[in-house]
Structure formats: structure tokens, C-alpha cells
Write a protein that binds this ligand. Structure first.
Ligand code: SF4
Ligand code: SF4
Length: 420
């Protein structure tokens, strides 16, 4: 096979003529992310995450074979943003509740979300109504998490060579269907292989999905967090008045507030430079002064949440959404995938704790009105910063606050925030 020379982002590379670009790039120490490509499969070109430019023309990198003189662009600002946008579209098109997902920490799509720096999406979440199919013998297919990458269709076969998965429907109605008869013929190893080749948590093997504990999963990293110390800043800014902080919990579980308190002795440094105004931490119910920064846990599920959020916007210079519920709805937004009427019936009429023949769904002028769906905070007011995580680690919350208040650059590194 002839060796050829080509360029990636201006760097000279060599490979065998006709070699697949993803593999050729890897050989030259350049990583091109992809969710559908597998070395031994014919290029699928379905996820488009590997979008590159070849001599100025946009193309899925996995469908390209290298040739002499090619000039490939991979990591230009335009392509990095396009890749991020493609991933964001995948996240909003399905229902991805990472904090409750069995694949969290082992999921290639989640990992790429971290790698590309997605903190929130520029597109609205669709909250589609999709099924979780537990009818197969060994596996469960959660259609909410499927990105239609086609890996399972091409890769998973029974020992007789029959396919187990296929696509049904077209366009945005496309789903992965399962041939139950063939699925029942899969060996344990073949079923587990199906789970592992799925780049998301769409295919799970019954009883095996938590086989690898959190902390030992593929994309778990060692804990590199640094404890906060406001003392350093205090030394240099002795003339500054204490900054004022307000916090609230909207449609959240108070986990983010619990996490804020998890800073342990750091709280002693913290109270040297900030004071708390309206907050569950102080139990001050109303703003008594204008604040520098407002930390919001939880999204908006009722009219009271909206009022409180607007009040925070009015009374705080900088607003920060803390945690997944504030950023995009989080676990409370699971209800966005089900019509509101059905949710209310399930919660108040059909639940295990309802009295027989109960017919009352609470409705009183003193009770805030439930909204048609759970809204993220930035859909209601302008949010200045987002701190991801479920819940975010205490050090991240206070490190972000510290750097915002004293106008210094700070970005939470990917290994530092997790959902498990
Ligand atoms: S499959 Fe699971 S872990 Fe992966 S992005 Fe979706 S919800 Fe998160
Ligand atoms: S089930 Fe998994 S492997 Fe199959 S198409 Fe969906 S995301 Fe890809």
C-alpha cells in the first residue's frame, strides 16, 4: 500500500493511501470525535459528530478516505461549534436524564458533551413521548436515549448471522425496532456486547446495567478538586465591602443547597468575604438589600417559581443557575414527556396513597398554579452563568462565585463535574 502525505489543521500527516480519515488522524495523534464510527464497520456517517472540511467542503470525516495532498480542517472554531451544535441537537431531540441514567459515567455521548463544553443547549428540549421497551428476553431498549447511530443494527447478530435490530418509520419518527425472536437467541456475551457498542444508554442488559459501579466507569476521572480559599483574595482586596449573596430553591430537591453547605471549613473563609441576604440558609424571606449575586437552584414548575425568579432578577446584579434542574428542568422535567392531565391523575387519583374513589386534584387560590411544563430558568429571565452537575460539587459552586465576584476567569474542568 502506498504512503501518502496530507494535512490536518495545517499539520503534516502521513498514512496509507485510502485509509479511513478517523483512523489515519488517530495514527497521527489527532482525535476526531464520533459516535457511530467503528473501525471494522463500513462507514455509517449517521451521527455527523465527526464533521470536518476537506479542501473547504464540509463532510462527515468517517466517510472520507485519505489521499495525497488533502487539506483537512478538524478543530477550527466553526467546526468545533458545529460539532457542539450537533450534540446539543441530540440531547434536546431525545430525553436524556443523566442523573438517573444507568449508563452515566460509561456513556460516550455524555462524555462528548463534557469534552465539547456543553453547559446548556441553545435549542429548546422537545420532551418527546417515547417508550422504554422491556419486552425482549434479555435487554431493555430505552427509545428516549437512542441517537439512531445504527451501530446496533450493523453490529449485533445472532450466532446464525441474523440481525436483531432495525429501523422502523422515517424522519424524526424513526425508531430502532427489535426482532424479539432473534433477540431471544442472543447469548449472554452477545447481549452484553450490544449494551457496550451502544454509545448511549439506549440498550441495557437486564440485571447488568449497574455491573460496573460509579467511580470505576470508563469516563470517571480522579477527583482533582481544589478546596476554596477566599483568603488569598481577601488579602489583595482588603478595601472591598463584603459581597451580598441571595439563594433560593425553585423546582429542585434542595440537593444543591445541601451541596453548598458541603464546603466544610471553607465556610469560614467564605463568610469573611460575603454575607447572605434572602436565602433558606439565613431564613431571610424577603430581600432587605440589593445583592451582587443570586444563586438559583431548580427550574420553574409553578407560578410562584416564576414570581420568585423574576424577583431575583430584579434584586441581583448577577444570576446563576445552579444544577441541572435550574439549567434545563432536570428530573422534575421528566413530567414534560407526559401530558399534564395524565400527570395530575397519576399523582392525585391513581397513586398508591390515594383513597379509593378519590376525585380531588388540589386547586385553591392560595396554591400556586402548576405550569403546563417545567421551564428552565433561562427561558424565563436572563441567566448570566450556569453551574452544571446534579448536584454540583460545593467547591465548584463557591469557586464559580469567588471568580465571578472578583472578576476573574474560571471554568470548571470536565473531570470535576459528574452526575453520579
Ligand atoms: S444515554 Fe444516559 S448518560 Fe448518556 S447522555 Fe443520555 S441520559 Fe446521559
Ligand atoms: S440503540 Fe444505541 S446503538 Fe442502536 S441506534 Fe440507538 S443509540 Fe445507536
Amino acid at each position: 500500500m502506498k504512503n501518502i502525505s496530507f494535512k490536518i489543521d495545517g499539520r503534516n500527516c502521513t498514512a496509507e493511501q485510502g485509509q479511513n480519515l478517523i483512523e489515519a488522524a488517530k495514527q497521527n495523534g489527532i482525535f476526531i470525535p464520533t459516535l457511530c464510527h467503528f473501525k471494522h464497520l463500513n462507514p455509517l456517517g449517521s451521527c455527523r459528530v465527526c464533521t470536518v472540511k476537506n479542501n473547504g467542503r464540509t463532510i462527515a470525516g468517517c466517510t472520507l478516505n485519505v489521499d495525497e495532498g488533502m487539506d483537512i480542517e478538524v478543530n477550527t472554531p466553526e467546526l468545533l461549534d458545529a460539532r457542539k451544535a450537533i450534540l446539543e441537537m441530540m440531547f434536546v431531540e431525545g430525553n436524556h436524564f443523566c442523573p438517573s441514567c444507568e449508563k452515566s459515567g460509561d456513556c460516550q455521548m455524555q462524555n462528548l458533551g463534557y469534552e465539547t463544553g456543553i453547559r446548556y443547549t441553545r435549542f429548546p428540549h422537545l420532551f418527546v413521548d417515547r417508550i422504554v421497551d422491556a419486552r425482549p428476553e434479555r435487554i431493555v431498549v430505552n427509545q428516549n436515549r437512542c441517537i439512531k447511530c445504527k451501530r446496533c443494527i450493523e453490529e449485533v447478530r445472532t450466532t446464525d448471522g441474523n440481525r436483531v435490530f432495525n429501523f422502523t418509520n422515517r424522519g424524526n419518527k424513526t425508531l430502532v425496532s427489535i426482532d424479539y425472536e432473534q433477540e431471544a437467541k442472543l447469548s449472554d456475551t452477545q447481549a452484553e456486547h450490544a449494551m457496550h457498542i451502544c454509545p448511549t444508554g439506549s440498550i441495557l442488559v437486564k440485571g447488568k446495567s449497574f455491573g460496573k459501579p460509579f467511580g470505576n466507569r470508563e469516563f470517571d476521572y480522579s477527583n482533582k478538586e481544589k478546596n476554596i480559599s477566599f483568603n488569598e483574595i481577601k488579602k489583595h482586596k482588603t478595601t472591598h465591602k463584603k459581597k451580598r449573596i441571595a439563594t433560593t430553591s425553585l423546582a429542585g430537591c434542595f440537593g444543591c443547597h445541601m451541596s453548598m453547605l458541603d464546603v466544610d471549613l471553607g465556610i469560614l473563609d467564605l463568610i469573611e468575604v460575603v454575607e447572605f441576604n434572602k436565602s433558606p440558609i439565613t431564613d431571610i424571606k424577603n430581600f432587605t438589600e440589593h445583592c451582587d449575586i443570586g444563586l438559583i437552584e431548580g427550574g420553574c414548575c409553578n407560578t410562584h417559581n416564576i414570581e420568585v425568579l423574576r424577583e431575583f432578577r430584579k434584586n441581583c446584579d448577577i444570576l446563576v443557575s445552579v444544577g441541572e434542574c435550574a439549567i434545563w428542568g432536570g428530573l422534575p422535567a421528566i413530567r414534560n414527556t407526559v401530558p399534564l392531565e395524565e400527570c395530575l391523575k397519576e399523582a392525585y387519583l391513581n397513586s398508591m396513597t390515594s383513597e379509593e374513589n378519590e376525585i380531588i386534584i388540589p386547586n385553591h387560590e392560595d396554591i400556586p398554579k402548576i405550569l403546563n411544563k417545567v421551564y428552565s430558568n433561562h427561558e424565563v429571565v436572563k441567566i448570566d452563568y450556569h453551574i452544571p452537575g446534579c448536584p454540583p460539587n460545593a467547591n465548584h459552586i463557591w469557586n464559580v462565585v469567588k471568580h465571578i465576584l472578583f472578576e476573574e476567569e474560571y471554568s470548571i474542568a470536565y473531570p470535576e463535574f459528574k452526575y453520579d
